[in-house]
Structures are given as C-alpha cells and as structure tokens.
Design a protein around this ligand. Sequence first.
Ligand code: SF4
Ligand code: SF4
Length: 233
Amino acid sequence: LTVTDESEALRVQDIEGFPTSPGMVFGALTEAHSSWVPKGPWRGAIVWGLPLPDDVVDELTTGPTPRYARAYEEWNYRLDVLACEAEGRLAAMGIQARAIAASRVVDEKRQRGEASHRHLAASLGMGWIGRHGLLVTLKWGPALRLVTVLVDRPIAPSPKLSFVGCGACWECVDACPVGALDPPISPETLTRCSKLLEKYRRNPDIGHLICGVCLKACRDAIRNQQNDDSGNL
Ligand code: SF4
Ligand code: SF4
C-alpha cells in the first residue's frame, strides 16, 4: 500500500502487517491537540497501549517493587521497538512519521516528554484522564504503558469509548500514601507526589520516577466496578 495523496485520510487498519497492541487508538489531530504534540507537520496520531502484567500490578500496595521497575523498563522498550517499526513502515509508504518514545523526558523541570501519550490516547477514545492524572481504560484501568507515532496526514479514526469518567469513585485519592491527590489539588499537594517519586528514583532497586499505588487502586476499582452492576463509578 502506498499513499501519495496527502488529502487522503490514512486507514491504519488497512496497512498489512502494521504493528498492533491490545489497546490501540488512532485518528486525526486538530488544533485542540497542539499542546500535547511537538511542533511539526503532524495531522494524525496512533497510540498503542500495552497492559502491564496483573501479578506485577498486584504487588503495588505500598509502593513500587523491583519487578514493577523492571516491567516498566521492558514495556517501554517493547513499545519503543513497536513504534519504530511502525515509523519505518509508514516511511516506506511515503508518509512522514515520528515515533515518540514511551518514556523519555525532554523537559526535566516539568517532567514532560515530547508528546503526552495519555492525553492523546484519551482524546482518541482509549479512555479518560482519571483523578490521578493517568489514562484510565475500562479494560485495564491505568495499568498499561503507552507509545505514540505522529504522522503528517489525517488518520481515519478508530472507534471511541463512550466517555465513562471517575464519577463517584475516589479510590486513588484515598490510596495515595502522601495525600497528593487530596482536593483541592495544588502545587503543594502535587509536590508531595514528586518528592516521593524522587525518593524511589534514588533507590537502586527502582531507579525510576514511579510509584504505582494509585495505579493499582484504580485498576482494582475499575475491576470491582465491572463485577458490580449496581452503581456508577
Ligand atoms: S481510582 Fe477511581 S477516581 Fe481514581 S482515577 Fe480511577 S476511576 Fe477515577
Ligand atoms: S504516584 Fe504515588 S505518590 Fe503520586 S499520587 Fe499516585 S499514589 Fe500518590
């Protein structure tokens, strides 16, 4: 398949052998996405999600574990390989594409990457942004890693999740050991989280700005909700 007409929306699902993952969304970018992507000719985005292993997430009751840290590294690596493969396939079709690494900080002060995978994934229909600030999906909660490829033309959209949202749930807020998600959220409350993450990064068995407690609490809340038809999230 070769796409030469730039006005044509790319149909990702028609590209033979294109990399896929259990969670995957794609679609056109609009002005509303501009703060989540780097400057450039980008008019479409593809986001892949790779769920973390259940038994690793089960460990995250009080903080990150070495197994979680290793899974975090491996999942990021697998996603980066997948995105590079997609970038190469698109380039071979004459489409300019740019893989955005799963976890590479380019703005150290604000701890930001080149693009916001979670905001792109939410706006393209994979889920919503939860009270903890992570992407929440109906299938895995926030327990997945994400990667993005940007392309220089619009993409025909994948199906969107009907918006669900956090509703009456506050499980992640209650689970946070330092009250970082307690309302009203302020720079001071968020600093409690960043200080704890920095402590974990200095731990040689962890080595990353990760915690996982609110991630596990949310995954469990989503699961419990799905086993319980009686209420709303
Ligand atoms: S735990 Fe509940 S409140 Fe927190 S992000 Fe998940 S669904 Fe939303
Ligand atoms: S990552 Fe940890 S410290 Fe930060 S908000 Fe979640 S539970 Fe709290």
